[in-house]
Ligand binder design. Structure first.
Ligand SMILES: [Zn+2]
Length: 211
């Protein structure tokens, strides 16, 4: 995919997320790795609903700003994933309501707060999705904490903040963020209802079959 095509896809996917309420105002940011080793990331204070393809921030392979508008202040969340995971081709950070609600619950397992309720959550997000403890937005200490968690997870929940989700491609990362939001919604609906979960064998089978 050319850089121009990637910019167009980023605008379209971000607008779709915004239109369906996955982000509001200027919340959320999305990045994607380009074939030359650099990155595109949504600009600071931009709305996912109204991105301009030509003004998306362009970073080099060292995450230095080399074109477009000033990048998101949360660029280090994205860097944490790219440096932790060779398979990360894109990163989506949202403040989506249901996943953020789960990130605020004190009585969940911080290593894996959302149980395996559906196959698509397991296939898109993986076996585990830990909660990373709360940091003030912009706190530099957040990056090493996300980096450590991302080594063994494709997605994390920032406590009292929201999800950060990686994928092999931009479309994969967006779909995984959507699946996570739906899984969080199901989990909140079923809390206290003792739902039937996928068994460890069923989770293994999914991961073996679908990678
Ligand atoms: Zn945020």
């Amino acid at each position: 995919m050319t850089e121009t095509e990637t910019r167009t896809l980023l605008v379209d996917l971000a607008a779709s997320l915004f239109a369906r309420g996955f982000s509001v105002g200027s919340a959320g940011n999305i990045s994607v790795r380009l074939d030359d080793g650099g990155y595109l990331i949504t600009p600071t204070n931009s709305s996912l609903g109204r991105l301009n393809a030509e003004r998306i921030s362009r970073l080099d392979g060292d995450f230095q700003h080399i074109g477009g508008d000033k990048p998101s202040k949360e660029v280090f969340m994205h860097r944490a994933f790219y440096t932790a995971r060779a398979d990360a081709g894109a990163v989506v950070h949202l403040h989506s309501t249901q996943a953020t609600a789960v990130s605020c619950l004190p009585d969940v397992d911080p290593a894996n707060p959302i149980p395996p309720l559906t196959p698509y959550f397991v296939m898109r997000v993986g076996r585990t999705m830990p909660i990373v403890e709360y940091y003030r937005p912009g706190d530099a200490a957040m990056e090493p904490a996300i980096h450590a968690a991302a080594k063994s997870a494709r997605a994390i929940l920032l406590a009292n903040h929201g999800p950060v989700v990686s994928g092999k491609t931009l479309t994969d990362a967006v779909y995984a963020a959507e699946e996570l939001e739906e899984a969080a919604k199901l989990y909140l609906m079923l809390r206290g209802a003792a739902p039937r979960l996928l068994t460890p064998a069923q989770v293994d089978d999914l991961l073996t079959t679908f990678g």
